[in-house]
Design a binder for this molecule. Structure first.
Ligand SMILES: NC(=O)c1ccc[n+]([C@@H]2O[C@H](COP(=O)([O-])OP(=O)(O)OC[C@H]3O[C@@H](n4cnc5c(N)ncnc54)[C@H](OP(=O)(O)O)[C@@H]3O)[C@@H](O)[C@H]2O)c1
Length: 326
C-alpha cells in the first residue's frame, strides 16, 4: 500500500484527496518505483479541473524521481536498485510508490539528485523539444530572436538558460518585475512585464520592426493575438499550453500577412518511443551536468500540502520548478 493523491471528480484544489492505494506487482513492460521526489506541473491542473478529461477516479501527477523496486518481464533498460526519473503517462506520480510503463523511465546520472530529477524531466524535456525541434522553415541561428511567455516558470526558466546556451536572443514575458528579473538572470536578453506593458508592441521595438522567428506560447488565451502580432515573416507560432485558458478558434487567413506557421505541440508525441525519450533525456542530462542549465526548485511541499501547491501554481505565485518531497 502507498499514499497517493486522487480525485474522484473534476473541480478546484478541494477535490484533491490523500488516499491509500494498492501498488501491486509490475506486469510485462512495467516497473515498480519508490518515489523520492515528485514534480508539480501545470498539466496536473488541467487534469484536475477537467480541461483535459480523464476517467475517474484519477491518481494525479506526471513526473517523479525514485528507485526501481521491481522490474516486469521484457524490461531490459532498468534493474532493481536503479536511480531513475521520468515524465510519463499515465498520471499517478503524486504517490509514495507506483507501478507504471518502463518506456519513459530513464536512469538518472550519478551527479543528478532525486529532487533535481523530479523537478526537471517534464519541464526540461519540453524545453528540449521546443528549442531543438520546433524551428521555423528558415531554421534558427545564433543571434535570432525568439519570444517565450511565462519565462520565469518551470518550463520557462529552463528554456531561458538553454536558449542562451544555443546563442538565441530570448525575449521573456512574465507577470511581475521580480519574475522579469529572474528571467534576465537566467539568460533572457529582454524581459517584458506583460501585465503592465503591451508585449507585442515592445517586441516590435526590440526587433526594430522585424518580429521574432518563433513564439513559444504556453499561456494560451490571453497571449494568442499578441503572439501572432509578434511574429516575423514566415515566423512560427508554437502553442504548447493554456495556463490562461484555451486558445480561441481562429481563421487561418489571419496568418496570411506574414505567411506565418502555427503548430500545437505536446511532449507526449515526442516521447512516444523509448529511443526518442532516452535521446531527449540524454540531451537534457548533458546540459544540466555541464552547468549550462541549472534546475531551480523554488517551492517544496509535502504531499499532504497538495491543495496549497495547486492554489499557488494557479494563482501565479510560483517561479521555476515546484516539487513534493517524500
Ligand atoms: N505541451 C507540452 O508539451 C507542455 C509540457 C509542459 C508544460 N506545458 C505548458 O507550459 C506551460 C508552463 O508549464 P509549467 O508547468 O512550467 O508552469 P509555470 O510556467 O511554472 O506556471 C504557469 C505560469 O503561466 C503564467 N500565466 C499566465 N497567465 C496565467 C493565468 N491566467 N493563470 C495561471 N498562470 C498564468 C504564470 O506566469 P506569469 O505570472 O509570469 O505570467 C504562471 O506562473 C503550461 O501552459 C503548461 O501546460 C506544455
Amino acid at each position: 500500500m502507498a499514499i497517493a493523491v486522487q480525485i474522484s471528480r473534476n473541480g478546484g484544489p478541494e477535490v484533491l484527496e490523500l488516499v491509500q492505494v494498492e501498488v501491486g506487482e509490475p506486469g510485462p513492460g512495467e516497473v515498480r518505483i519508490v518515489h523520492k521526489a515528485v514534480g508539480l506541473n501545470f498539466i496536473d491542473i488541467y487534469q484536475r479541473s477537467g480541461l483535459y478529461a480523464l476517467p475517474m477516479p484519477l491518481n494525479l501527477g506526471m513526473e517523479a524521481a525514485g528507485v526501481v523496486e521491481a522490474v516486469g518481464e521484457g524490461v531490459t533498460h532498468l534493474r532493481v536498485g536503479d536511480r531513475v526519473a521520468y515524465a510519463s503517462n499515465p498520471p499517478g506520480s503524486y504517490s509514495e510508490a507506483r507501478v507504471m510503463p518502463a518506456m519513459c523511465v530513464c536512469r538518472l546520472p550519478d551527479g543528478i539528485d532525486f529532487e533535481t530529477g523530479a523537478a526537471m524531466m517534464l519541464k526540461g524535456l519540453t524545453a528540449q523539444y521546443l528549442l531543438k525541434k520546433c524551428k521555423p522553415v528558415e531554421g534558427l541561428q545564433p543571434g535570432d530572436h525568439v519570444l517565450f511567455h511565462a519565462a520565469a516558470g518551470g518550463v520557462g526558466l529552463i528554456a531561458c538558460q538553454w536558449a542562451k546556451a544555443l546563442g538565441l536572443e530570448l525575449i521573456a514575458t512574465a507577470g511581475s518585475d521580480e519574475k522579469c528579473a529572474l528571467a534576465l538572470a537566467h539568460g533572457a536578453v529582454h524581459a517584458i512585464n506583460y501585465r503592465e506593458e503591451d508585449f507585442a508592441r515592445r517586441v516590435q521595438e526590440i526587433t526594430v520592426g522585424r518580429g521574432v522567428k518563433v513564439v513559444y506560447d504556453g499561456v494560451g488565451k490571453d497571449t494568442w493575438e499578441g503572439s501572432l502580432a509578434s511574429l516575423a515573416r514566415f515566423g512560427l507560432m508554437v502553442s504548447f499550453g493554456n495556463a490562461s485558458g484555451p486558445v480561441p478558434a481562429f481563421a487561418p487567413a489571419q496568418l496570411a500577412a506574414k505567411s506565418a506557421y502555427v503548430t500545437r505541440q505536446t511532449l507526449f508525441t515526442h516521447i512516444a518511443s523509448r529511443e526518442a525519450t532516452q535521446a531527449m533525456a540524454d540531451d537534457l542530462f548533458s546540459v544540466v551536468q555541464s552547468g549550462a542549465v541549472k534546475i531551480q526548485i523554488a517551492q517544496r511541499y509535502a504531499l499532504a500540502e497538495v491543495q496549497q501547491a495547486h492554489r499557488d501554481l494557479e494563482a501565479r505565485r510560483t517561479t521555476a520548478s515546484s516539487i513534493f518531497t517524500l
